[in-house]
Design a protein. Structure first.
Length: 228
């Protein structure tokens, strides 16, 4: 009797977990569909930063202005692709070649290293998750990214990514970053300025554009090799 009750309880738990996962994917799919035409007013990462500031008893000021891709410097677009996802226009959400390199490097070093996430994966993370790492989050992100590619065109993915990612404390998006660091709109960013902003994306709360000379030069070299 006890075993049958335990099995029944376990079966109900698994059923509810399955429903929860399906509901989450449905919410993601509907949200992504809406985002084809509607600019996101905010993201989960932005909400996370506000909550963290409140918990620390600090004032929080968010700088965020969504602008069309045509008003973001081509140099910044190219720099970000070169730095974060060189095969952006070739993959469908997951870059399997880059992923294999990352896994091989991690196995060789015996620890988790660079993330290897595509621009699409990073966009999904910003929209739907916090910055806290976990295998569960990574697994769900890994499956939602192809869904995003199925629903959204590449241009829209890049446009949203450049507009929502974190570029410093309270700084979200290319327009806010350009005005905060260089006092100019994102459309006027130069090749070097674009590369410097791309250089701080992996760690935006610690890095600053003026301190990233070596990585900035590396990004510019990648841009040249890619014909930019």
């Amino acid at each position: 009797m006890r075993r049958s009750k335990a099995r029944g309880w376990l079966r109900r738990l698994l059923t509810w977990c399955l429903y929860a996962v399906l509901a989450f994917y449905l919410v993601c799919a509907l949200s992504l569909l809406a985002l084809r035409w509607i600019d996101p007013p905010g993201t989960v990462v932005q909400a996370q930063r506000r909550i963290e500031a409140l918990l620390r008893g600090q004032k929080y000021k968010k700088r965020y202005a969504f602008v069309p891709l045509g008003r973001i410097s081509k140099d910044l677009q190219h720099a970000v692709i070169a730095a974060e996802d060189g095969r952006f226009y070739e993959h469908h959400g997951i870059d399997w070649l880059e992923l294999r390199k990352v896994v091989a490097d991690d196995l060789e070093e015996g620890k988790l290293g660079r993330g290897g996430s595509t621009i699409t994966q990073q966009l999904v993370k910003n929209l739907f998750f916090t910055t806290h790492r976990s295998f569960l989050r990574k697994g769900i992100e890994f499956t939602v990214a192809p869904l995003a590619e199925l629903i959204l065109p590449k241009r829209r993915i890049l446009e949203m990514y450049l507009n929502v990612i974190e570029w410093g404390p309270g700084i979200f998006g290319a327009e806010a970053a350009a005005r905060s660091y260089y006092a100019i709109p994102a459309s006027r960013l130069s090749r070097e300025q674009g590369a410097r902003l791309a250089a701080i994306i992996p760690s935006p709360l610690r890095r600053r554009p003026g301190r990233m000379d070596n990585y900035t030069a590396e990004i510019q070299e990648r841009m040249s090799r890619m014909g930019w």
